[in-house]
Design a protein around this ligand. Structure first.
Ligand code: AMP
Length: 200
């Protein structure tokens, strides 16, 4: 099973992909986590990504695409994977399609977690106020606003892209966490051997 989780920052992609990983025994590939690890290890990729990430911008497509391609060649991805935070641009989606094609693999579904952006901002502002400081360097109110703008401008066009390819499944991400998980699992229900997909 090869899935993409799509949605703005704070929509719950990380939480839901971890649950999918546990339930289906396939790895969660979070480009954000991979990039944060690279920053910490001070690799070349990390040095490129550090300031870009701190201000909430996107790391260049070729850098991220190379990381993902190296990762999906790992044996633990043989039975599938959940992409969390990738692709984030139409160019990345096209690179992913080419990459999967080269490996003779298909994409099963793109799960869009639909959320109310005003509620997301409120959530992060509350978290920042409570903790006094942000847990993540890019988890400040300012960086979140930037990441939402970047999402709207560069990532949201993927919704139409995947509606067009027939992969898009829309799930209401404002429900309680367990209900979001249940809806995703129902969506992925393979009782008839095929995935239920949103029609274009
Ligand atoms: P995330 O943990 O998914 O919110 O990602 C944190 C940050 O890493 C983002 O704000 C971007 O700066 C960078 N990043 C993660 N994934 C990508 C991607 N697919 N393309 C470009 N930049 C990315």
């Amino acid at each position: 099973m090869r899935l993409i989780l799509l949605g703005p920052p704070g929509a719950g992609k990380g939480t839901q992909s971890k649950r999918l990983m546990a339930a289906h025994g396939i790895p969660q590939l979070s480009t954000g986590d991979m990039l944060r690890a690279a920053v910490k290890a001070e690799t070349d990729v990390g040095l490129t990504a550090k300031d870009i990430m701190a201000r909430g911008d996107l790391v260049p497509d070729d850098v991220v695409v190379a990381i993902v391609e190296a990762r999906i060649e790992n044996p633990d991805c043989t039975n599938g994977f959940i992409l969390d935070g990738f692709p984030r641009t139409v160019a990345q989606a096209e690179a992913l399609e080419a990459m999967l094609h080269r490996h003779g693999l298909d994409l099963n579904a793109v799960i869009q977690l639909e959320v109310d952006e005003a509620a997301l901002i409120e959530r992060v502002e509350k978290r920042a106020a409570e903790s006094g400081e942000a847990v993540r360097e890019d988890d400040t109110v300012e960086a979140l606003h930037k990441r939402l703008v970047v999402y709207r401008e560069q990532t949201a066009p993927l919704i139409a892209h995947y509606r067009g390819t027939g992969h898009l499944v829309v799930v209401d991400g404002m429900q309680p966490i367990d209900e979001v998980t249940d809806e995703i699992e129902r969506t992925l229900g393979t009782t008839d051997g095929t995935l239920r997909r949103a029609s274009a």
